[in-house]
Design a protein around this ligand. Sequence first.
Ligand SMILES: Nc1nc2c(ncn2[C@@H]2O[C@H](COP(=O)(O)OP(=O)(O)OP(=O)(O)O)[C@@H](O)[C@H]2O)c(=O)[nH]1
Ligand SMILES: [Mg+2]
Length: 188
Amino acid sequence: MVHALTTEVYKTLIVGPRNVGKSSLVRRYLLGRFETTYTATVGADLSVATFDFPEGTIVLSVVDLGGQQTFAALRNRFYQGAHHVILVYDKTDRSTFEDIPKWFETLTEGIRMPSYIFLAGSLVANKADLKDASEVTTEEGHQLADLLSMKYFETSAKTGMNVGEVFIHAATSCRTRIKSSQAEQSSV
Ligand SMILES: Nc1nc2c(ncn2[C@@H]2O[C@H](COP(=O)(O)OP(=O)(O)OP(=O)(O)O)[C@@H](O)[C@H]2O)c(=O)[nH]1
Ligand SMILES: [Mg+2]
């Protein structure tokens, strides 16, 4: 039997405009179900995902932030110290895609990472199951992700498409980013 050698704890934020499906992605990943009715997240919902890798366990604390404008000040209080962000837009609502650079800017200011660590993140185009309603192309999504140095995913909280991949990437990228920046630090 293989015992985990280490347990590392990281914090990821799931952020983006209201109604894009952030809570639905978390619910799909952690509970394996989907709800069609929209219940806005009031403030923040906190949950934990655990990953057992051969190298050890990663505990990811997931901070799901309500996207409504009224929560802007409150959201800022959760940003600091995050290791990773999952930035979500709705592929069927172009205005949410156009808002992403503004969200990214607010996040990078709010997180206040030490200068030697880059913000690791993913750009997620959700509601990809609604193919006929798509208002943003895959190519546009990729281009924006490249511009922001984020990894691009197309997901559906409804079908579960790519949802596991997003959270596993969050866990593993926290580890590799932190490890490589520590190595760089110690080699200076
Ligand atoms: N078809 C489809 N609908 C989705 C998907 N993800 C979420 N929805 C629907 O979109 C609506 C909003 O989902 P939420 O997960 O509450 O959105 P949110 O981003 O958490 O919203 P706030 O908490 O207000 O920021 C709900 O009615 C969901 O059922 C998806 O992948 N496909
Ligand atoms: Mg929500």
